[in-house]
Design a protein around this ligand. Structure first.
Ligand code: DOR
Length: 428
């Protein structure tokens, strides 16, 4: 199989190839990289003038829902959504049914994912048995089975002793503990951010300090006991501040933010649309600004989608009864290009860092190389593609997006992952 990409604006981390290139991919490897290549017959020839070719994007926080909740999403549909969104790799969270807290379930997911091969699927295993926060899972066995990290995502490890042990194991195994930062005692009475707006809407609220307390406590544990610590989907200005100051003191803490926490504010809850019900909750415009600044300054390492599919019948209920979560694999690149690239907050190189390089580094996964002979793992991004978010067109099984009706400028239009590839209908 020969694929010939012409006139691609290459952005790759080493900086060796920085400009317009033709790329000939033969049987999944980059056989020629140069200018004005051509001549030999190929299976696909695509003129990419005006489009970026970047190392395959990686989403470090996806919910695939398999095993156990395949009516929301399954490995195959999650892979299709990831490919359509421009991701060549994803890491799946373990809050499935059964929970991914045994080597058998890790192997099950990895085997099933390998059958497709279009998108690299990595598994994050639970920190505690059943994600109950009480007894540590068999982290070593899980690691040996292939887990790349540990998280009780959806719940927080609130027990400080258990968290200490998890951090100690993370050092031993060299794999991060990914914390969903939430003091459950402080959040059990409400689901949306406590702010004048949400109180006026009459919604049951929870205070931001529930997240910030956990971030602070974990950093103290990290300082005392060491470990590899990552805070996922941070959502408040203060969380950014706490993490930035810990990093200044040399602590190895990393974190990610979601597109919905970057670009949506809690005033949207006046619609009472349960698609906006997420955990952590949407915060204020000031938080959005601080998170964007955190990304720009490098205090936040990565953007992660927290793709959290739920079925229509689960979301179409009264607000309090609806589950937390919205889907993000197919809107992340559009939102990032529209709000960060075109508004000149971040250039393409910085975007590649937060959507491809850093998530892999955090999880200890090699970053795809851009070099002669290397396996091609690439995402094609059209910065000028204008499109509207129409949930019924998603490849995901679910429709619960927080960006429905948004008009985006910029889209992933294809991926190449070794011998597998996917080109979207938006590739023009
Ligand atoms: O909104 C969320 N949904 N936040 C989480 O932490 C879990 C996720 C889910 O699994 O649906």
């Amino acid at each position: 199989m020969k694929i010939f990409l012409r006139n691609a604006r290459v952005i790759e981390p080493s900086g060796k190839y920085d400009g317009l290139f033709d790329i000939l991919i033969v049987d999944g490897a980059m056989q020629e990289i140069g200018s004005s290549l051509g001549g030999n017959p190929v299976n696909y020839e695509i003129n990419l003038r005006g489009k970026f070719v970047v190392p395959g994007l990686f989403d470090m926080h996806t919910h695939l829902r398999e095993p156990g909740q395949e009516y929301k999403e399954d490995i195959a549909s999650g892979i299709a959504a990831a490919a359509n969104g421009g991701f060549t790799g994803i890491a799946a969270m373990p809050n499935t049914d059964p929970v991914v807290d045994s080597a058998g379930v890790v192997k099950y997911v990895l085997d099933r994912a390998r059958q497709s091969g279009l998108v690299g699927v990595y598994q994050i295993a639970a920190i505690t048995e059943g994600r109950k926060g009480e007894r540590l899972s068999e982290m070593k066995d899980l690691s040996e089975a292939g887990a790349v990290a540990f998280s009780d995502d959806g719940s927080c490890v609130t027990n400080s002793h258990v968290m200490r042990l998890a951090l100690e194991y993370s050092s031993m195994l060299g794999k991060p503990v990914i914390q969903h930062c939430e003091d459950h005692e402080l959040t059990k009475f409400g689901s949306v951010n406590e702010s004048p707006e949400t109180i006026r809407y009459g919604l049951k609220t929870q205070h931001r300090v529930a997240e910030e307390l956990t971030v602070s406590r974990d950093i103290q544990l990290l300082e005392a006991f060491g470990g590899k610590y990552h805070a996922t989907h941070i959502s408040t200005a203060k969380s950014v501040e706490i993490i930035a100051s810990a990093r200044k003191r040399g602590l190895p803490v990393t974190c990610d933010v979601t597109p919905h926490h970057l670009f949506l504010e809690d005033s949207v809850l006046g619609t009472y649309d349960s698609d906006y019900k997420v955990n952590p909750p949407l915060r204020t415009g000031k938080d959005n600004e601080a998170l964007i600044e955190g990304l720009r300054s490098g205090a936040i390492d990565a953007i992660a989608s927290d793709h959290a599919p739920h079925a229509l019948h689960e979301k179409e209920v009264e607000f309090d009864a609806a589950p937390f979560g919205l889907i993000g694999l197919e809107t992340t690149v559009g939102a990032v290009m529209t709000r960060l690239f075109h508004q000149k907050v971040m250039d393409m190189r910085a975007i590649v860092n937060v959507l491809s390089v850093n998530p892999r580094k955090i999880l200890g996964i090699p970053v795809p190389e851009f070099n002669l002979g290397a396996r091609a793992e690439l995402t094609i991004i059209d910065p000028d593609c204008e499109w509207e978010v129409e949930p019924e067109k998603f490849k995901s099984k679910s429709r619960n997006t927080g960006f429905k009706g948004w008009k985006f400028k910029g889209s992933a239009v294809g991926i190449i992952n070794g011998e597998k590839f996917y080109f979207s209908e938006r590739l023009k």
